[in-house]
Design a protein around this ligand. Structure first.
Ligand code: NAD
Length: 516
């Protein structure tokens, strides 16, 4: 290349600290401890595939509220009488999505693209434009079975985050002994700022692009933050539309509505799994959940279901923190009432804030509440060193993925706070996803009691193995056998969980070998 020629430089290969390298610290520690075979280490240190793609969708027209100053110019504009008010979809920022049918048959008074709604406010009509979104699917490892992992719709996502979450799925599926590998993906989007039909269009377009990368025996998505059973239904439809043997493809996604092939018990499975681990933690100490107090961060699928089940076991919920703020009641928060409040269609932000049976407190104070346990069930990285130093709980059961930073982990160990780590605590979801996948393959439908019984066995058996590894107490009981996994010394529970995962994954490589 001639001197002075301009060319694109590849970035320097100096290792940088990312959410992925942070998440992998525990992998490296456990791999060192067990002397993981170097080839297996290389296979697991980076994902098999990292897909990034873009999806473009046409958005709908919006009505944007004017400030009182701007609205003065339209003071004599008569209000539009809407025949189909359902066609107006409110967004949390005060805007409305204008679905085509909203104005049908109405007497519409528009001036310079502005109209007055029956609420008395003036709105500017902004035509919908096409928007491009960044989408991801990371397929981390498939030594033990097809890639498996959730689809996240959130504005704060990145390739590194999805790599970390995909790797977590590899560990998790090994820990609960389901024959899957690990994957994760989603879209960089804040779904609260889009209408129902827009989310549908974005989801269909997402699957249109994703389809070539996945399959019911290749890679199986499921719900995660910002997605739910409804989105899974759309993903199934788009994947299977027009296919000759459509009914055999139902296992392409899990977490579907039970009426279209979902499993009984799946919706609550992650929260129930958290509760089963906690129940076993206390049972082993000769006590029970009854009378214990707890706090929860995140009141979505995982947090609300864990709270509901813990309350039904006799525990008292003292406080909930979500994306909007924190509510607190020393006498206990009624979980079903809080759930009804959050799910009320008028509660546009789906937030616990303003719940009548509670007082609002600062997030800072939330972390300092004295309680028996804390269930983080929101996003990753929330329990930092500062937070860990201030916690006033005896047990953390991680409902969320990666809620604790590696530095905070060390504080938790030092302070003697017990931990049920995420890769076992929140593995109930993927466990019942596996049951759903089997039911789809067999065209069967199991009862909720059967699903919950199997889930309880799976969670408690593997949590006991992890506990034994942590205490270096190899044993065989009727329910579990930890003899192959203990390493001759004590470790913390997070490391113990990773050791269990790595030993199970390593066995596949050792016994099956490597194709070149
Ligand atoms: P969700 O979208 O149903 O709920 C997320 C909750 O977190 C909401 O209450 C939201 O207000 C809150 N939240 C968001 N940002 C926050 C912030 N900065 N501070 C405090 N609260 C915040 O999501 P979900 O499905 O319940 O998932 C929650 C966590 O559990 C995630 O880490 C997810 O990866 C993990 N997880 C979910 C499942 C599952 O089956 N849904 C399975 C395993 C792990």
């Amino acid at each position: 290349m001639s001197n002075g020629e301009v060319f694109m430089r590849a970035p320097a290969t100096t290792p940088r600290r990312t959410v992925y390298t942070e998440a992998m610290q525990i992998f490296e520690r456990a791999a060192d401890l067990i002397g993981l075979a170097p080839r297996v280490r290389l296979e697991l240190e980076e994902p098999d595939y990292e897909h990034i793609f873009y999806i473009t969708t046409k958005l709908k027209d919006r009505l944007v509220p004017l400030s009182p100053d701007q609205a003065r110019a339209f003071s004599d504009l008569p209000a539009t009488k809407l025949r189909n008010p359902d066609g107006l979809e409110p967004l949390p920022d005060g805007r409305f999505i204008l679905n085509g049918r909203a104005l049908l048959g109405s007497d519409v008074a528009i001036r310079s693209g502005h109209l007055r709604l029956p609420d008395g406010n003036i709105y500017k009509l902004v035509p919908g434009e096409s928007q491009r979104f960044k989408a991801y699917r990371v397929q981390h490892n498939q030594a033990r079975g097809p890639y498996k992992g959730g689809i996240r719709y959130h504005h704060e996502v990145s390739l590194d985050l999805f790599k970390a979450l995909a790797a977590e799925m590899t560990w998790k599926t090994a820990i609960v002994e389901v024959p899957f590998g690990g994957a994760k993906g989603g879209i960089q989007i804040d779904p609260r700022h889009y209408g129902r039909e827009e989310i549908e269009a974005i989801t269909l377009r997402f699957m249109y692009k994703l389809k070539r990368l996945i399959g019911p025996n290749v890679d199986i998505p499921a719900p995660d933050v910002g997605t739910n059973a409804e989105i899974m239904g759309l993903l199934f439809r788009q994947y299977s539309d027009g296919e000759n043997e459509r009914h055999t493809l139902r296992g392409i996604v899990t977490g579907k509505d039970v009426r279209i092939g979902g499993s009984e018990g799946r919706a609550k499975a992650t929260g129930r799994g958290v509760a089963f681990c906690i129940e076993d933690y206390y049972a082993e100490k000769g006590t029970s959940v009854r009378g214990k107090t707890f706090t929860v961060q995140g009141f979505g699928n995982v947090g609300s279901n864990a709270a509901e089940i813990l309350q039904s076991m006799g525990a008292r919920l003292l406080a909930v923190n979500d994306a909007e703020g924190t509510v607190y009641n020393a006498d206990g928060i009624d979980v079903p009432a809080l759930l009804a409040y959050v799910q009320d269609p008028k509660n546009l932000k789906r937030s616990v804030l303003g719940f009548p049976g509670s007082q609002r407190i600062d997030k800072k104070d939330f972390w300092e509440i004295r309680a028996d346990m804390l269930v983080p069930a929101a996003l990753g990285g929330e329990i930092t060193t500062e937070v860990a130093e201030r916690l006033n709980v005896k047990l953390i059961a991680e409902g969320a993925n990666g809620p604790t930073t590696p530095e905070a982990d060390r504080v938790i160990v030092r302070r003697g706070i017990d931990l049920i780590p995420d890769i076992i605590a929140n593995a109930g979801g993927v466990t019942v996803s596996y049951y759903e996948w089997i039911q789809n393959k067999r065209m069967e439908s199991w009862s909720e009691a059967e699903v919950n019984r199997k889930l309880e066995q799976g969670m408690k058996r593997n949590w006991r193995i992890i506990r034994d590894i942590a205490r270096n107490s190899p044993r065989q009981t009727e329910m579990h056998d930890s003899r192959r996994f203990c390493i001759g010394k004590e470790v913390d529970t997070r490391c113990a969980a990773m050791i269990l995962a790595l030993k199970r994954i390593e066995a596949h490589y050792q016994l099956e070998g490597f194709s070149q």
